[in-house]
Design a protein around this ligand. Structure first.
Ligand code: FAD
Length: 321
């Protein structure tokens, strides 16, 4: 059929986020042999934009402006609407990240089209694009087909496999200038909360602590385990509410949604609101002293025991590997 599909990539500290490459792979399915155009917004964009060609984009567009240095709804919305007006795509894909979640519904409303959000799978059924996305906090999945208008989707990080990187892929690199005015908010400074240096929503391994960890200082034990595994540290809302860790670590219905290869739940009961944020993880390990804890219903491996005995043994074992 051949559609033109636009991808908005995401860049942080000069590094392209992996979800940009996953979005290109999703766009390829929607394009159905057509063209995939990927753009990056920023104050000054370097050669990293070429990487999007290596991951399958047919063409890339740099959109540079001082007001695009950090994400603000207003500036990104103004810029994206101008780029979409120029490109006139049949489809749009972006990550279901904090940025994508904020921007996509506004853009969909402005361009008068629908939006399929938090997509975990995309199939091409004889030219028809079928999206799969979770509903009811991940208790069920729905399949959605768009019959008319622009096909607009946000994709959940870590679910759609990017194309193999191929440095021999090339394509046109162009620049587009945008006019941004009357901003209602300007970012002066960003103070970032640490998650062990690894972005929680893109982490391949997450060690997550709950109320069972019992004190803020005991989170050091989880940080140590995360350190030997190369993991990010997450938490249940129980742990955040108890003041053991920062809310930026919260995973679940009202926190971050994650899909790592390995999720280790430590002292977490497995409330439905927590499962909503992690139950699609590829392998789930639960450490809990209560054999009846609901987390064991979704766990692939369960360790019934006291976390203060199990986690130090786990760390020792991993150090000896
Ligand atoms: P608990 O339920 O208290 O579980 C602690 C677990 O630790 C228990 O299973 C216990 O057996 C185990 N334990 C205790 N000591 C040890 C030990 N020494 N060794 C091993 N195991 C031990 N929750 C979220 O996580 N994310 C959300 O986004 C979220 N959103 C919510 C939204 C709404 C509208 C509402 C109403 C609730 C939400 N919640 C959310 C809260 C959720 O319902 C639970 O209260 C919360 O997840 C419980 O956290 P927890 O499992 O750490 O604590």
């Amino acid at each position: 059929m051949g559609r033109k599909v636009f991808v908005l990539g995401e860049i942080r500290d000069g590094v392209l986020r992996n979800v940009s490459f996953e979005a290109i792979a999703a766009a390829k399915v929607i394009a159905d042999g057509g063209e995939v155009v990927a753009a990056l917004f920023g104050e000054s964009i370097g050669d990293e934009i070429i990487t999007m060609l290596h991951y399958g984009a047919d063409r890339v567009v740099k959109v540079e402006h001082p007001d695009l240095k950090s994400y603000t709804t207003d500036a990104y919305q103004q810029a994206l609407l101008q780029v979409l007006e120029a490109e006139k795509p049949d489809g749009i894909v972006m990550g279901h990240t904090a940025q994508g979640k904020d921007l996509s519904p506004r853009i969909a409303a402005k361009i008068n089209t629908g939006l399929v959000s938090d997509v975990v799978n995309i199939e091409n059924d004889d030219g028809n694009v079928i999206f799969t996305s979770p509903i009811y906090s991940g208790k069920a999945f729905e399949k959605v087909k768009i019959n008319e208008g622009i096909i607009f989707a946000t994709i959940r990080p870590n679910n759609i496999t990017p194309l193999e990187r191929d440095q021999s892929r090339s394509g046109d690199v162009s620049e587009m200038s945008v006019d941004i005015k009357n901003l209602r908010a300007i970012i002066k400074d960003i103070v970032r909360k640490s998650t062990g240096g690894i972005d929680l929503s893109e982490a391949k391994i997450i060690v997550s602590g709950g109320r069972g960890v019992k004190a803020a200082e005991n989170f050091q034990l989880l940080e140590e385990l995360a350190g030997v595994l190369g993991a990010a540290v997450g938490a249940s809302r129980g742990a955040c509410d108890a003041g053991y860790c920062d809310y930026s670590l919260q995973i679940g219905q009202t926190g971050k949604v994650v899909t790592p290869d390995l999720y280790i739940a430590v002292g977490i009961s497995g409330a439905i609101q927590h499962l909503a944020g992690m139950s699609n993880s590829k392998v789930i390990v639960a450490i809990n002293k209560d054999p009846e804890a609901p987390i064991f219903d979704v766990a692939d491996y369960g360790i019934v025991g006291d976390l203060f005995e199990v986690v130090p043994l786990f760390i020792e074992e991993m150090k000896s590997v």
